[in-house]
Write a protein of this length. Structure first.
Length: 80
């Protein structure tokens, strides 16, 4: 943290507690998510769709339809 001394010169002072808080806050977003939980809505709809009626719909078509109808939910990408 930048501080000013009595002569108004800047110097950097290290606060271990503050650094630990920032480290933990940033670390929360650094782990690999469980894909089964992250894509739960997509996988649930996919399994229901193929159990109800199995037609010639490919996974790619279902992904495109899912992205159009439910844009707020995460959807896995299909390799081309």
């Amino acid at each position: 943290v930048l501080q000013r001394d009595s002569s108004y010169l800047l110097y950097e002072h290290y606060y271990a507690d503050t650094a630990q808080i920032y480290y933990e806050k940033r670390r929360k977003n650094c782990y690999q998510r469980n894909p089964l939980k992250h894509y739960a809505v997509f996988l649930r709809m996919l399994s229901r769709r193929f159990k109800a009626k199995f037609d010639a719909t490919s996974i790619d078509e279902f992904v495109g339809e899912f992205k159009r109808t439910m844009p707020g939910y995460p959807c896995p990408s299909t390799p081309t």
